[in-house]
Design a protein around this ligand. Structure first.
Ligand code: GN1
Ligand code: MG
Length: 338
């Protein structure tokens, strides 16, 4: 790790490197470096290049977003990548791992579950402000680093393939969940036909990608810019509904407890629309109410598809983790439908 950090910085000593955050894809560490007698903190990340197959294109997007936000009136702190001494945004080590470094936001906290309507309002306002500030980015300047990321029709055909070619015992075990998904396929078709405008969207608007100040409890930053790409607003609104409104996080195994909280839904809608309201097209506005169930069902499809195929995408902590996540998302989806 010291060798990697030396590519980016001069320092006397690596004081500490601690695993950080709850991301499902990359490996993240909080780093303490002694530099000229003073301790500095950074975020070091190994980019998962199985999932982000064009690491340089991802970093181009991240840099473009950081530069754009810096030039505008943007009230939050900005996540900025550091360059190596040679001027690159990534360092590739001898094992072909891709490493990058970001600024670390001191005295902040993130949540896996929304704790109050105030928190939901604030976080949604922050995401609203984020897309609003990016609304004049020419979307063809952004690389599409994960093609068909929220193309639910494509996700569904991959899922059908997984039900046929996946691990037979897992396909049998998940029969009820597979049937439930198949019964709601029409939702995917419906969203696919909408032809909503493409915007620069965040594409991963989970509640834990917003940082709050530990002391003031105010939002400080929107982080995780890896998936900023051309997409529709329903993705950002939908993933907020999915992760903010649930009374328990994605890993909760007592599925009876997993339900949409309507007061949180209302608070997040208000927060998001307080920033984005006037920029929405009529068609976007009309379809916001289905975004949450659409996105939640798609997330169930993604978790279950990964489970059926032997867990190659999401990091898991125990063998049935992806099945639990899928059941959890399906419980949330059903409560949204009600
Ligand atoms: C992944 O790694 P993380 O937690 O930021 C995923 C999102 C999913 C999310 C589910 C690139 O995000 O799309 O919604 O897990 N990111 C990618 O929790 O697939
Ligand atoms: Mg992410």
């Amino acid at each position: 790790m010291e060798k990697i950090l030396h590519q980016f910085f001069e320092f006397e000593r690596l004081e500490e490197a601690l695993p950080f955050g709850n991301g499902h894809i990359n490996d993240t560490y909080k780093i303490s470096l002694l530099q000229k007698g003073v301790t500095h903190h950074y975020l070091l990340q190994r980019l998962n290049d199985k999932i982000f197959q064009q690491p340089d294109a991802v970093m181009e997007n991240v840099q473009l977003v950081a530069d754009h936000l810096s030039k505008k009136e943007y009230p939050l702190f900005i996540l900025k990548p550091f360059k190596t001494k040679k001027g690159a945004l990534l360092f590739r080590d001898e094992k072909e791992n891709y490493w990058r470094v970001f600024n670390f936001f001191e005295n902040t906290i993130s949540f896996d579950k929304v704790e109050s309507t105030t928190q939901a309002f604030q976080a949604a306002k922050a995401y609203g402000c984020f897309v609003k500030t990016l609304s004049d980015v020419k979307i063809n300047q952004l690389n599409t680093t994960i093609p068909d990321f929220h193309n639910s029709k494509k996700r569904m055909s991959d899922f059908l393939m997984a039900t046929k070619k996946g691990l037979p015992e897992r396909v049998a075990e998940a029969k009820n969940e597979i049937d439930l998904i198949l019964r709601h396929e029409y939702l995917f078709k419906k969203i696919n036909q909408l032809n909503l405008p493409l915007r620069a969207v965040h594409y991963d608007t989970k509640i834990n990608n917003v940082l709050f100040d530990k002391t003031t409890k105010k939002v400080v930053a929107v982080v995780d810019l890896d998936t900023v790409m051309p997409g529709t607003l329903l993705s950002d609104f939908g993933d907020m509904v999915r992760t903010f409104t649930s009374a328990f996080d994605e890993d909760e195994q007592d599925f009876l407890k997993v339900k949409i909280r309507v007061d949180i839904y209302e608070a997040l809608s208000e927060g998001f629309l307080s920033e984005m309201g006037s920029l929405l097209t009529v068609q976007e506005k009309e379809n916001l109410p289905v975004a949450g169930s659409w996105l939640t069902l798609m997330q169930a499809v993604r978790f279950l598809g990964d489970y059926l195929q032997g867990d190659s995408y999401y990091k898991i902590k125990y063998p049935d983790h992806n099945l639990v996540r899928a059941k959890n998302q399906l419980a949330l989806f059903q409560s949204m439908q009600q």
